[in-house]
Design a protein around this ligand. Structure first.
Ligand code: PGA
Length: 319
């Protein structure tokens, strides 16, 4: 299916944000005016695209605010055995996946080599963590050079389990991100607020502070995918509503536009994570600023993960 993506993020963001900044303190209450105006903005974009699309004979268009390709990552966390992973890999190898999606899986370190040697090249491999610099006398750590040696193209950093269970702070995470990028490894840069932070109206403050820590550390955003993962939604079965996720995604895109550049805001994929599954992915994927997903539990089931990857089709509007 042909894809025409918009590169109108800057316009979308600025038309939306004038009404948007007032949401900081009343975050749980959705502002209907602002979502209506975003909706009508995208209806306009959509009708332009429909015309452009039918003129070129395309079968579908995408209502995406950003210009990046849909991206779906599977974070296997600390799960699996040689046998269960071999079954998962074989399910993924036999799945039919839409072509216009970047797909990545992050096995536990000890199984990366097994997965790399058995998984289709269609799916890239990520690590779930890395050391802050070159390897050496750092007991228990894994260096970016070692990850590259095994064929990893990506690393997940700043995940809430690393922040809140292991105790990693913004600066430590920023250092890892900078080093991975300097070695040519892409970073899936996680951000997200705790439940009490959301309830205190601090969602944007927390996410922007985490974004700033990455921005202060990295020389370029070319190889970064931002994953918005509200901590209260991770592994809880309590998924953010499409509106709740969209609201943060558009704010993060606006933050990038104001603090990095409009080009980076448009190009950077902002994916959502937190209890995404085969049943809720299509509705989430329809939101303009949701450029894909980071999936935990549901990525351990091959067919369900394939459904989530293929939810890119719900972004497409028949021409
Ligand atoms: P979950 O995890 O899908 O199991 O909620 C998401 C994540 O931690 O990336």
């Amino acid at each position: 299916m042909a894809v025409v993506s918009t590169s109108l993020a800057g316009a979308a963001v600025s038309s939306h944000l004038t009404q948007f900044s007032g949401l900081r303190k009343s975050f749980l209450k959705l502002d209907n005016t602002s979502s209506n105006s975003t909706h009508s903005f995208f209806q306009n974009v959509d009708s332009h695209l429909r015309l452009a699309s039918s003129n070129k004979g395309c079968r579908g268009v995408v209502t995406m605010a950003g210009s990046g390709k849909f991206f779906v990552g599977g974070n296997w966390k600390c799960n699996g055995t040689k046998d269960s992973i071999s079954k998962l890999v074989s399910d993924l190898n036999s799945a039919t996946l839409e072509s216009d999606v970047d797909v990545v899986v992050a096995p536990p370190f000890v199984y990366i080599d097994q997965v790399k040697n058995s998984l289709t090249d269609r799916i890239e491999i990520a690590a779930q963590n890395c050391w802050t610099g070159k390897g050496g006398a750092f007991t228990g750590e894994i260096s970016v050079e070692q990850l590259k040696d095994l064929g990893c193209k990506w690393v997940v950093l700043g995940h809430s389990e690393r922040r809140h269970v292991i105790g990693e702070d913004d600066q430590f995470i920023g250092k890892k991100a900078a080093y991975a990028l300097s070695e040519g490894v892409g970073v899936i840069a996680c951000i997200g607020e705790l439940l009490e932070e959301r309830e205190a109206g601090k969602t944007f403050d927390v996410c922007f502070q985490q974004m700033k820590a990455y921005a202060d550390a990295v020389p370029s955003w070319d190889n970064i995918v931002v994953a918005y993962e509200p901590v209260w939604a991770i592994g809880t079965g309590k998924v953010a509503s499409p509106e709740q996720a969209q609201e943060v995604h558009i704010a993060v895109r606006d933050w990038l536009s104001k603090n990095v550049s409009a080009e980076v805001a448009s190009k950077t994929r902002i994916i959502y994570g937190g209890s995404v599954n085969g049943g809720n992915c299509a509705e989430l994927a329809k939101k303009e600023d949701i450029d894909g997903f980071l999936v935990g539990g549901a990525s351990l089931k091959g067919p369900e993960f394939a459904t989530i990857i293929n939810s890119v089709t719900s972004k497409k509007v028949a021409a």
